[in-house]
Design a protein around this ligand. Structure first.
Ligand SMILES: CC(C)(COP(=O)(O)OP(=O)(O)OC[C@H]1O[C@@H](n2cnc3c(N)ncnc32)[C@H](O)[C@@H]1OP(=O)(O)O)[C@@H](O)C(=O)NCCC(=O)NCCS
Length: 145
């Protein structure tokens, strides 16, 4: 599938970006608009995937926890477009970006349902399981760059 991976730039890009994040990661749990953001948005790396017709279909974010440690959060692909390699392409682009900025490894908290996706992309489980939003089990995973 032909994809465009780029940083959101305009106000409209950011509207689409956060709307997609909310629709996929928050709305199914009845969480309100606004719940899709955290306090690190201003200082994070944001990337978005578009089809060749410029339909926004995927989002992902990375930030630094320390000089060497980057963290990926809010990976989400429109359900109609999942399993087409979009998530992997976005994740690889985030990995390249944080590596350029000095990251030695990436950590992330994977939903239990997405662990297979991260394993396919070279992440290994750190074994720690915890629950967020009262019901979603998460597992900490890591990849050395
Ligand atoms: C997880 C997610 C981002 C993956 O994006 P995607 O574009 O569907 O993934 P890809 O097509 O790049 O998948 C790459 C590989 O991982 C596998 N994979 C994808 N999602 C998977 C899942 N949930 N469980 C197991 N394997 C999965 C694919 O089958 C594919 O394997 P292949 O290379 O052998 O064909 C997407 O399914 C999604 O948005 N899910 C809902 C939200 C979510 O859980 N986000 C993660 C929060 S931590």
């Amino acid at each position: 599938m032909f994809l465009i991976i780029k940083k959101p730039e305009t106000e409209k890009d950011y509207e689409d970006y956060y709307a997609l994040r909310w629709q996929i990661l928050r709305r199914p749990w009845g969480l309100p608009r606004g719940s899709e953001k955290d306090e690190r948005e201003e200082t994070s790396i944001h990337l978005m995937a578009y089809t060749e017709d410029r339909i926004p279909v995927g989002v992902g974010r990375a930030h630094f926890n320390s000089k060497n440690e980057a963290q990926v959060r809010f990976m989400a692909v429109d359900p109609h477009y999942q399993n087409n390699g979009i998530g992997s392409t976005l994740l690889a682009a985030l990995e390249r970006r944080v590596k350029i900025d000095g990251a030695k490894y990436i950590v992330l908290n994977s939903r239990e349902t997405a662990i297979g996706f991260y394993k396919k992309n070279g992440y290994s489980s750190e074994g720690r399981i915890f629950t967020l939003f009262d019901s979603i089990k998460h597992i900490k995973v890591r990849k050395d760059l």
